[in-house]
Design a protein around this ligand. Sequence first.
Ligand code: GYE
Length: 372
Amino acid sequence: MKKKIALLLIAAMTISTLAACGNSAAEAPASTTEEAPAAEEAAPEEEAPAEEAAPAEEASTEEAAAPAADGELIRVGFAQVGHESDWRAANTKNYQDTFSEANGYELSFVDCDNDHAVQIETVRGFIEQELDYICIAPIQSAGWDTVLQEAQDAGIPVLIVDRAVDADPSLYTTALGCDMIAEGEAAGNWLAEYLNGEDANILVIEGSVGASATLGRTEGFNNIVAQNSNWTVLDSQSGDFTQAGGQEVMESFIKSYSDFNVVVCQNDNEAYGAMDAMDAAGITYGVDGDVTIISFDATHDGLQYTLDGKITCNVECNPLQAGFAEGVIQKLEAGEAVDAWTLVEDEAFVAPGIESQYAVTMSQEVLDGRAY
Ligand code: GYE
């Protein structure tokens, strides 16, 4: 019980500190990494502290509240990253299903094709159209201050979703998503447990350059690398979160390195490409092979490979996040305060036959229960 109270306090302090010091949203998951479970635990019981509510209250303008009161559709813009991965496809579908006309919304969905400039202009277009709410899944974390200020000046609440931005949190209403640093650390902690002292020569296929998902997973994994003096990261290159990118990077790694036993792919699609490259080169991988593959996302197909023992560890990132965004919008419609940050929980999965304190052992039942 004592521990729980301490955790609640840490969570409240963390949120207040973030609000008070204007820490960047990109840093928010970092500073809550240790306390992440506490924040989860705290969420239902905790009344939003006053500081936390401030940006939301400012953003909750009369115009924003009007459409629902009139029985009109609530107009939501979503500047989506692109269509680079299975994770993204599941995330897009989830937003389209949630923000449907039947549910009372008119969704303006734009696929920004992984182009930061297009994404900024998309948000400007939403502001010009005077939409009621804007959701942004930021392609990269930098470069957001100006357009976020423009949205704020126009009185439109902004939800930063999935990935983080490094702008001052006072420039947007709320942020939600998975803790990418914690995901990287989970992968590293699992590897340390699995290798049990064995040397590791590691190749990393990173996600898109400048994306908080890439930065966080890299930082978290490197935190654990630093604790293992017999681990070496031989190389780390971007595969842009795509299957083609993963294959290309793995092919070039295979030309340059012969002595590796771990490949970390920062999403499932990259892992599929990396497996193709290793198949072509006659390199064996998985629980019975020479190379251990770690992946992120834990989509249905990714978990099938985990069940088959090809991807040994798969760290989840839950793409079904639209309900959290809708919850925030409904609170704002009701004139209620919203949390500055909502953590979307995730867990890790390991191939059958492996027991881990950090991950769930895969089974057909787990796979059958997978909605994405
Ligand atoms: O891991 C990857 C996607 O931002 C968490 O983006 C997301 C990442 C996800 O393209 O597959």
